[in-house]
Design a binder for this molecule. Structure first.
Ligand code: ZN
Length: 219
């Protein structure tokens, strides 16, 4: 098993800084647990973040120190990009960040019918958290329903695979899309495709309202 698709570096930086909303953070943490390349990348980002904080005082006193620091940071980011292009082997067990929310594993999930060949199951997030964390199961050969596209959407493949215009997404691959992305993934025949998905709950609700109003406005 190889991982070909990783989170955007901006997503990984937000994860490292602790500014991602919980549903997105769980998806990224699960990918990072499966992906050696992203573990290395995150270590570098953590180091850059620490260096920036540590030398904030130095930069204030010494002209040019901040420029030198930023140049070093640029070099490190380029290195991480190189690392992220390489493919890494992934672990086949349920990764720890997800296992803690799914005590009985994927076999214990209580699926809810959501359309022909499609089931969903919401996973718990902390009270007051903005966003939704869910599992999506699509029967082999079926199209993956459009579940959000109102904000950032992170999808991590846990079982099976799907294909869209970006390529083939298999176990461990992450699709990091914002609202502008249009794609129609289709689950690969022969096996259910199970994904861990984080979406923005408010925006996906707005999308539903807009869709419900479309027939009235001829959109
Ligand atoms: Zn990765």
């Amino acid at each position: 098993m190889t991982i070909a698709f990783h989170p955007d570096i901006s997503t990984l930086m937000a994860f490292s800084a602790g500014t991602l909303e919980e549903p997105y953070a769980v998806v990224v943490a699960t990918h990072v647990a499966m992906c050696e390349a992203c573990r290395e990348q995150k270590k570098r980002i953590d180091t850059i973040g620490g260096a920036v904080l540590a030398s904030a005082g130095e930069a204030a006193m010494s002209p040019g120190a901040l420029d030198r620091l930023l140049a070093r940071a640029d070099d490190s980011i380029e290195l991480t990009r190189e690392t992220s292009r390489s493919k890494a082997a992934a672990d086949s067990r349920l990764p720890a960040p997800l296992a803690s929310r799914l005590a009985g594993g994927l076999e214990s999930v209580r699926w809810r019918w959501s359309g022909p060949g499609v089931s969903v199951a919401d996973l718990p997030v902390s009270p007051g958290v903005d966003g939704r964390l869910m599992l999506l199961r699509v029967a082999g050969g079926r199209p993956v329903p459009e579940h959000s596209h109102g904000g950032q959407e992170l999808t991590l493949i846990l079982q099976g695979a799907y294909q869209d215009r970006f390529g083939r997404f298999g176990v461990g691959d992450i699709a990091d899309h914002d609202e502008d992305v249009e794609h129609q993934p289709i689950a690969e025949a022969g096996q259910d495709c199970i994904c861990l998905v984080a979406v923005d709950a408010r925006l996906s609700f707005r999308n539903r309202v807009i869709r419900a109003l479309q027939p009235f406005f001829g959109l």
